[in-house]
Design a protein around this ligand. Sequence first.
Ligand code: ADP
Ligand code: MG
Length: 594
Amino acid sequence: MSGRIVVLTEDIANKIAAGEVVERPASIVKELVENSIDAGATDVRVELEKGGCASIAITDNGSGIEYEDVALVFERHATSKIHHFEDIYRVASFGFRGEAMPSIASVARVEMLTRRPEDLAGTRVVVEGGAIKEILPAGCSAGTQIKVTKIFENVPARRKFLKTEPTEQGLCLDAITRLALAHPEIRFNVFANGREILAAPQALDISARIAMVMGSDFSGHCLAVNGEQQNVKLFGFISRPEFTRSNSRNIFLFVNRRYVRDNNVSHAVLSAYRQIIEARRYPAAVLFLDLPGDDVDVNVHPAKMEVRFKDSRSIHDLVSRTIARSLAADNTPKDGFVYRLSPREKMPAPDFFRPRPSFLADNAGKYSRQNMQQAISADLLLRSGSEQPPITGGNYAKKEPINFTGFRYLGQFANTFLIFAGREGFILIDQHAAHERIVFEKLKKSSGEGIVSQPLLLPEVVSLSPGQIFLFSGYIDFLQDVGLQIEIFGRDAIVVKALPAILPQISSREIIADIAEQLVDQNSKPDLQERKEKILAALACRAAIKANSALSEEEVAALCRDLETAPFNATCPHGRPVIVNFSLGEIERMFKRK
Ligand code: ADP
Ligand code: MG
């Protein structure tokens, strides 16, 4: 490498800046739609081809740009939005760096038609590889139309990093969804390969827009939140405790109407739910924080998804207190559910207490009550084989298969752990993890042969976001193989027609939501088998006996039987331990007997 210092050419500098601003089609969509919003548009139309990888077209009815300014749009740091440094702390608009348009034009071909409503003629400009190829007066409707093609053609490295078209399309749609949530006054229509995938007409207020964008499932299970502290206002909607998701992706935060990610605020949301939803489940929330521009720095991240609050502790406080208050106010019996906020009592959904009919039915033949008494005494629980397996020291069992020979069932602890004593120590089994492994192996074994499905008496319609629907469309056959029959129903719903016969008791709505989240998480992974296993694990998790359910001895015996014959039975499909050993030696040491 030569040590000479050179000033980068404008083209290279733009490409470097583009790397920060324009990572993938979704970033282009985000920048262009933000510009339309900044231009005062009330109608924004987005057309994507091949997930936004082939072309992105945006049409708005905003202010347009006058002929003299059009060339400037493509110059770095050309912006109509700030004139003094201090302005960046006050801008209410999205843009102000004047970086997006030149960055996009340096990695793609941009064709723009624009006209101010007050002008007679508009302008057509074509920019390619950062250079203006053509700029001429042209007739066009008021507002701005931009078409971006040849995306990343001159940056093969970036093109290689793009994911599959469905994933890229999903990310584009996510970007639009966030903007649509914060701007109910703007109409959005999104088309993918000519088909409309999102239609959000102008809404009167944010709650109406949320219902349109988040789906009726969320809007049917949400609570309004409203709080204020000094000059910070918080408002929005949060999910009731019965509506949970398997990750925190459904927590949307907007600061001064700008979507941001903020761990501090997410933490505050989760802390308000900690005592009332199961571990490892997450709420959904759409929250808006409005505060004076001087109290928040939006200029910390090039893609502006992060902000820095002047006083993040008081924000945390406001969010967690407001949400906790709203949940507590809703803490009244509903449909037989009682949500308690006292820290010791977790919310027990009624079916946590009932034995799972699927589980019993599965084993009914084998384990009738009399048979069970015999089975319990004759075999499982009193099996005192001489070949008792050695108990491994330490807390986690080694990943040896579990075998109950020589162990006696002592009972259930915390309605979650099963205790067995043997001659050399005792073991705890996590009933949920154990059953999850059993169901998962059953599903896996039969998925090749096609799992028998059981039609639902009434097919159930489950609402999803348009992006999730798109992901589902690639898995219809696989889901059919595991006994889950679904059909796509319009832009934002799926009809569940049949469930796997071995898991007839699961709720279609919950399982579809779980699978949707797996698909979003897994879509970037190239290994199809791995993705399918994650779907099976999600099914198994929903179908398995929950923690916090009392089990009869019959159920325990059946569970142990099945567990002994399940492969990889020392861990659940997510890799958590099913069994923990306490050896006699360890216990003796604890009591200082050794
Ligand atoms: P920024 O948004 O940070 O100012 P951009 O590169 O995104 O920078 O845009 C540069 C300028 O181009 C904007 O300041 C605005 O004046 C103009 N512009 C871009 N898109 C539009 C649009 N859809 N309608 C009107 N003006 C636009
Ligand atoms: Mg901009």
